[in-house]
Design a protein around this ligand. Structure first.
Ligand SMILES: Nc1ncnc2c1ncn2[C@@H]1O[C@H](COP(=O)(O)OP(=O)(O)O)[C@@H](O)[C@H]1O
Ligand SMILES: [Mg+2]
Length: 519
């Protein structure tokens, strides 16, 4: 059953039981109103009045306006009159504010509820927030959640059926399901608005499906706890073939229709490893490749809050991620915030628990990409099997990945196609370089060319010089590197393609492989 039908059944029982006060918690006024209209049809023998600040008071059965006075005090007076005169009447208030605390409004409603009780009447309030306990205790409440995928499916297909024939509509039932999946988390009205805007564009093609995420993103302009990361330039990752293959198998799962499936969407990956080798870059690249919005959850900011606030903040952030899903949720250098030793360890323990709970329980399509450089301070619970879908170890690029990265940056930063012979020399020279160090050496060359106002590349020896001048992290910190490697090799899956020792370091072994990962 959908939540609309569930809620309707609960409400129907409340009405039969003549509960004097019913609070319907929802963010969607019009859906609540639809719900009551359908109940008014079921309980025809009872009068239903509904007050709104735009129209005044109308009868729900026949929709007839009984008063055009829109003010709240007038409506309360009217309801008081009805409750004094009539048995089994229902009075709905749709726009009431200041019900969370004890205010004169909430006290007035409490009085009205007590009056309702004397004659078997029911006072019904729509509220998006919890109400003051002094009021809430006089009755029952029910929550009408946002429409589920199934309901959105009907909303969307209903809307596009109206326009079939007038505009080009390429979507079949499966595309509508995909659209419903993407829009999950928005209200019915918002879904209608998004669809109407697309249809107004004149065509509804498969390409438009990706636009839905953009629209949805606009709906959630002001987000609690997570920050939208704009993907300006092309995020191209060289190498990391294993990770790339793994991800491409997950892409379809991210967009699958889960109403028909027993499985749940992918949860995400943890990328650990050597600094500067493409972990953060990969987070951006995944979002770009999957055409999903990227959100960053800043754990350090969450942890830096006052005692007790960090948990609320993290919960809000994860809930927001569930609502904006499908999306990529990125936590960069997760170990910094969750270091097991330092800081207020009580708080970080609880946060880790909360975070792991979400990883396990959430069924939304928020794909988590967490990165970590310093494995020694990673809380061990995080790396236990079954938390993330996979833990990848990002090592220094091997020869063939270095060749790919070198070619990529020479082409993009210097507009220069690297000849094979120079490529072979540089691949050897850059042994133990990280992707970031290669990028930085090539970028230095590009800047020097500009400063020297040269149109063509330097001679080979000069180019080589730029690389010889770099002392890579791996050489200056061999112990750190060894530690990271020992950890990664024993506990994680290699993100790069595994190579045998004979071919490692030998560019010749990589012939034919020229994959540029435009993930
Ligand atoms: N595999 C790679 N392919 C292409 N560029 C890379 C790669 N690894 C690192 N880089 C370059 O180095 C920069 C820093 O890499 P980053 O992903 O931030 O490293 P980290 O693994 O520490 O998160 C990137 O923005 C990119 O320019
Ligand atoms: Mg990083």
């Amino acid at each position: 059953m959908t939540n609309f039908a569930d809620t309707r059944e609960v409400l129907s029982n409340y009405l039969k039981a003549r509960i004097p006060l019913v609070v319907i918690r929802s963010m969607e006024r019009s859906r609540c109103e639809d719900l009551l209209i359908s109940l008014a049809q079921e309980f025809r023998q009872m009068p239903f009045y509904l007050h709104s600040r735009t129209e005044g008071i109308k009868q729900l059965g026949d929709g007839q306006l009984v008063s055009d006075d829109t003010s709240l005090p007038a409506a309360i007076d009217f309801a008081t009159g009805v409750f004094k005169r009539t048995e089994f009447a229902n009075f709905v208030f749709t726009d009431v504010e200041e019900l969370e605390d004890e205010t004169s409004t909430s006290r007035h409603f409490a009085e009205l509820a007590r009056l309702a009780e004397t004659r078997g009447d029911t006072l019904i309030l729509f509220s998006s927030k919890p109400v003051w306990t002094g009021l809430g205790r006089l009755g029952m409440s029910v929550t009408l959640d946002l429409p589920e995928t199934d309901e959105l499916y009907h909303v969307i297909s209903g809307l596009i059926e109206q326009y079939r024939g007038q505009v080009r509509i390429d979507w079949d039932a499966e595309d509508v399901r995909t659209a419903a999946g993407i829009l999950t988390g928005v209200t019915e009205t918002e879904a209608q608005n998004v669809l109407a805007s697309l249809i107004a564009g004149g065509t509804l093609t498969r390409d438009n499906l990706h636009k839905l995420s953009e629209y949805k993103d606009r709906i959630f302009g002001d987000l609690a706890g997570i920050e939208r990361v704009p993907l300006r330039e092309d995020c191209r990752v060289g190498g990391l073939g294993n990770l790339r293959t793994w991800l491409s198998r997950r892409e379809r799962l991210m967009f699958a229709d889960y109403t028909q499936l027993k499985i749940t969407p992918p949860r995400g990956v943890l990328l650990v490893g050597v600094p500067g080798c493409g972990k953060s870059l990969s987070a951006k690249a995944i979002a770009q490749d999957w055409k999903l919005p990227l959100y960053r959850l800043d754990m350090s900011a969450v942890l830096g809050m006052y005692v007790g606030q960090s948990e609320t903040r993290l919960r809000e952030a994860l809930q927001t991620a569930d609502r904006v899903a499908p999306c990529v949720l990125w936590i960069d250098e997760i170990e910094k915030a969750l270091a097991s030793g330092g800081g207020d360890s009580g708080t970080s323990r609880r946060l880790i628990g909360q975070f792991l709970f979400w990883l396990q329980e959430s069924t939304s399509r928020a794909f988590m990409v967490a990165t970590a450089n310093d494995i020694s301070s990673l809380p061990p619970e995080l790396t236990r099997k079954g938390r993330f879908d996979e833990i990848f170890f990002v090592d220094l690029p091997d020869a063939c990945d270095r060749e790919e990265i070198l070619r990529m940056y020479f082409s993009s930063l210097c507009d220069y196609e690297l000849p094979d012979q120079l490529a072979t020399r540089l691949v050897r020279l850059s042994d133990t370089f990280s992707g970031a160090e290669i990028q930085s050496a090539v970028s230095d060359i590009g800047q020097a060319l500009f400063a020297d106002e040269r149109a063509d590349m330097y001679d080979e020896d000069t180019v080589v010089q730029f690389f010889e001048n770099t002392v890579p992290f791996a050489q200056s910190n061999p112990d750190v590197l060894e530690n990271i490697r020992a950890w990664g090799r024993s506990r994680a899956v290699p993100a790069g393609t595994e190579q045998t020792d004979d071919t490692a370091g030998m560019p010749g072994g990589s012939t034919g492989r020229r994959i540029i990962m435009t993930v």
